[in-house]
Design a binder for this molecule. Structure first.
Ligand code: HEC
Length: 138
């Protein structure tokens, strides 16, 4: 009888340790990801810009960051980009379509930028909206 009680007690302790562990992981995840997301860039009055932002979150954020600030070892930040500032809208659309191979002489990171950011379903209208959004970060 005494033995059973102690087994039950240790089960409860194991369970609460697991729950506590889960809470800690959730808190860490919230602190890392939740603090700076696309929500830090305010909604625009231009629907094209908002559509572009949504597409960037869906198709580009994995490498360029959910806060558009870049991901170390993957894509560079979209903020204050000399490249974005120096290219015309049409050239930026072309750039996104083409991507940049990692052996391209212009490649700066040694990491490839995939064609269409890896999402070939993006239409020209989509790409124009993406460029309109990227302009707002300069
Ligand atoms: C698989 C990762 C990946 C994805 C997804 C991705 N990119 Fe990139 N992107 C890169 C890398 C890596 C570079 C830097 C290439 C280099 O070193 O020249 C880059 C560079 C760029 C640049 C040039 C930035 C600069 O300052 O030189 C732009 C603009 C860009 N990406 C836009 C996009 C857009 C828009 C999307 C989504 C449609 C996207 N990328 C999706 C990896 C990615």
């Amino acid at each position: 009888m005494g033995r059973q009680t102690s087994v039950g007690f240790s089960r409860i302790r194991t369970r609460s340790a697991l729950i506590l562990g889960g809470v800690v992981i959730a808190l860490v995840a919230a602190a890392c990801g939740g603090g700076s997301t696309s929500e830090t860039v305010p909604e625009s009055s231009d629907p094209a810009v908002n559509h572009g932002k949504q597409l960037v979150v869906e198709s580009c954020a994995a490498c360029h960051g959910t806060d558009f600030n870049g991901v170390s070892g993957l894509g560079p930040s979209f903020f204050d980009s000399e490249f974005i500032q120096s290219e015309s809208d049409a050239d930026l659309v072309e750039f996104i379509k083409e991507g940049r191979a990692n052996n391209d002489p212009d490649n700066e990171t040694g990491v490839a930028m995939p064609r269409y950011g890896g999402n070939p379903r993006l239409t020209d209208d989509d790409l124009n909206d993406i460029v309109a959004f990227l302009r707002t970060l300069q």
